[in-house]
Design a protein around this ligand. Structure first.
Ligand SMILES: [Zn+2]
Length: 470
């Protein structure tokens, strides 16, 4: 992709710091206006998300070019969470952000744009890649790219191999991922390089589902923002794979506010995973956790959940032109910092760069990054599972009332079934005993806090906690 010198060499764009300052102010505002301390992200929908999502739409990439990582509001957010105004005598309760109070969530995903080694468009793209390396100094290896062209012509790679590799890498850590399968025309420049009718893609789908992975729709370039065509894709997926798709991510991360989300919601999707910059890694919204998208016409949060993107392979290797250990360190630093904030970390690695000698480091970085993140014990789940969790958690009612002798009674009532819900009582030293009735539970006491783990709650279960001072 051609870029001018002034775009690539500009210092960190002033837009980024201005956005950061303005968004921080809005964040403070949203928190100060009685946002629920138990689910603050949802209460931000009215102010912060509309600002960020409206400002950073299709030209977001250009405004941020030259910045190596998108703005990050987690530090501001944490400070505001700490400083929230509460009744000083009330217990400091919070619902853990993730199941079992896991330190962060990990969403592994793959966009399937192409699956065949011997395929006209792919060979043409490789020949063009070689031409650009020779004529305009594009990064890559001419001998390795030439070998790939010869391999495609004479001994094509087995189609399922890359998928078996991905599943094996993830299974090592007990991880499962989501595959977004492109559904669009074949004979078109930005189209899909296969059809849902092909035997091979159906085999890939079966393989992924058998491994406990999820299939979602990769929204086609020629279907952009068209609810009727997105719905066709959902129906085609049901027909080809027997799957009611819950999630979608658009090809090339194409997104415009508010039409993309409106069309996706109208087509029956529950979550979108498109929201990220192609050229800039890091959370596009500034906050790396799920949020309900905003509809400016209705002036309220809509029912489509966004699982924002954190790092895509091409952003790091193509746009930032990093490689080898340097690329690994960049990805590890970015994701480990967000893990420290309890974030949702979404990785997007394309299937067609695995097992490729020319792209050895794309494969290596994914493998090593999973090892490093696994050591931090995340909750790794498919997009559909994260979607279900976030919605159920948002519908847990918590009500605290003072009782006699300094005791407090806390009622917890989920509106939807939920597993591994954890209630944290931050001011742990204030309570000598905590008793729980109404559901199977596990109590943990750490020096500074209590934790109540509720392994399985049916909808409308009434759980009662009694907090008694020493
Ligand atoms: Zn794609």
């Amino acid at each position: 992709m051609p870029t001018t010198a002034s775009e690539t060499e500009s210092p960190p764009a002033p837009a980024a710091s201005a956005d950061l300052a303005y968004a921080s102010a809005l964040l403070a505002d949203a928190m100060g206006q009685g946002g629920s301390p138990l689910n603050v992200p949802a209460s931000l929908a009215g102010q912060l998300w509309p600002y960020l999502t409206a400002q950073l739409d299709e030209d977001g990439d250009r405004r941020y070019r030259g910045v190596r990582s998108a703005p990050d509001l987690h530090a501001e957010f944490a400070a505001l969470e700490q400083a929230r105004p509460t009744d000083p005598s009330a217990p400091q309760l919070a619902l853990a952000r993730w199941p079992g109070a896991a330190p962060f969530a990990l969403f592994l995903s793959h966009d399937i744009d192409q699956i065949y080694d011997r395929e006209l468009f792919r060979v043409v793209a490789d020949v063009n890649h070689i031409r650009r390396m020779l004529l305009s100094g594009e990064r890559g290896s001419v001998p390795l790219a030439s070998r790939r062209v010869l391999r495609a012509l004479f001994r094509p790679k087995r189609t399922l191999w890359d998928f078996e590799t991905i599943l094996a890498l993830e299974a090592r850590h007990g991880f499962r991922s989501t595959f977004f399968v492109l559904h669009d025309r074949y004979w078109a420049r930005q189209g899909a390089r296969f059809s849902y009718d092909d035997r091979e893609i159906r085999e890939i789908g079966r393989l992924a589902l058998a491994a406990g992975c999820e299939l979602g729709v990769h929204g086609g370039y020629y279907r952009f923002n068209d609810a009727a065509l997105y719905r066709q894709s959902r129906e085609a997926m049901a027909e080809a794979f027997g799957v009611e798709a819950v999630g979608i991510r658009n090809h090339l991360l194409r997104y415009s506010f508010p039409d993309t989300w409106r069309a996706q919601e109208a087509a029956g999707f529950e979550y979108d995973a498109t929201y990220g910059h192609r050229s800039v890694p890091g959370p596009r919204s500034g906050l790396a956790f799920p949020f309900f998208t905003y509809d400016p016409q209705r002036q309220e949060a809509s029912n489509l959940l966004e699982l924002p993107l954190t790092v895509m392979d091409t952003s790091v290797f193509r746009y930032l032109r990093l490689g080898g250990e340097e690329a690994l360190e960049f990805c590890a630093r970015l994701t480990e910092r967000l893990a420290g904030h309890g974030a949702l970390i979404t990785l997007l690695w394309h299937n067609n760069f695995f097992n490729e000698p020319e792209y050895w480091d794309w494969h290596m970085v994914y493998e090593r990054l999973l090892e490093r993140l696994a050591a931090l014990k995340p909750w790794c789940a498919t997009g559909a599972e994260i979607n279900r969790w976030w919605r159920a958690r948002a519908r847990v009612g918590v009500e605290a009332k003072p009782a006699e002798n300094g005791r407090w009674e806390v009622r917890v009532r989920p509106a939807a079934p939920i597993k591994d819900l954890v209630i944290e009582i931050a001011d742990g030293a204030r309570w000598g005993t905590v008793t729980v009735t109404g559901a199977a539970h596990e109590l943990q006491r750490r020096p500074e806090r209590w934790r109540v783990l509720l392994p399985e709650l049916a909808a409308d279960t009434a759980v009662q906690l009694t907090l008694t001072p020493p």
